[in-house]
Write a protein that binds this ligand. Sequence first.
Ligand code: SAM
Length: 245
Amino acid sequence: MASIVATSKELFWAEVEQTTAIYLPDSPVIVREKLVHANAKCLQMEIFRTCTGITPFAQRIFSSLPISSLPISSPPMKVLDLGAGNGAYTLQMASSGAHVTAIDQSREFLVVIATKSAEIGCPSENLRLRRGDITTMESYDGPFNLVVAMDILPYVPPTKLRSTMEKIQQCLEDRGILIGTLFTTESLHPLVQELQEKAGAHFYKNSSEFITQLLEHSGFTVLELEEREEGGFSFKAEKAPVEKN
Ligand SMILES: C[S@@+](CC[C@H](N)C(=O)[O-])C[C@H]1O[C@@H](n2cnc3c(N)ncnc32)[C@H](O)[C@@H]1O
């Protein structure tokens, strides 16, 4: 009789899929019997609109990368910004010479990016805007040298996290870099966590160990992991080269 042995990778993803999700987009947000917002989806958008800056972690990584196309003979970096929001990351990289594809599901944010891009005189050939839901898009195209996933993975439903990570891995060149953030249960006040969960974020247990496993089971090697003051972790990882026969 054939026996089925679940690998640690399969067990890991099965556990991820069971992570609690308590986001009800059309419901009021009530925390400890207090009405915080009349509508969870509107609260989520209000939170997203506050994302207007680059974290020191990402800034440090950007400074260490050859983003600019100087010297002129070297090709510009190809960057994918997932859940680009107001475009803080996209615009900094595109105006530094990188060729950036920015994906967001919200038309509002893509308009913000296009408007700001024109205001700062960012070369139009450096910017490609794509509207879409990263959890249902078939692929992100590519190959890219860098994927930026800042404050987007916590909003991916746990049942879609594996396929999203697979698409990120597939769109990167060998040894391409992924930077991103994840929220974890240990670092935030429970009230703040509950509020954020009701606004659509997901929190994972076991902090740095979880993030390391998530990245390794997605075909990455962890290069940096840094705890954030506002909760969770920022990470930098490298796509493990695909073995060729
Ligand atoms: C918290 S904001 C982060 C914005 C930006 N990455 C930053 O850190 O400044 C999350 C962004 O991801 C977008 N987003 C959330 N879920 C998405 C999905 N499934 N597909 C595409 N975009 C999504 C939202 O519209 C929003 O602009």
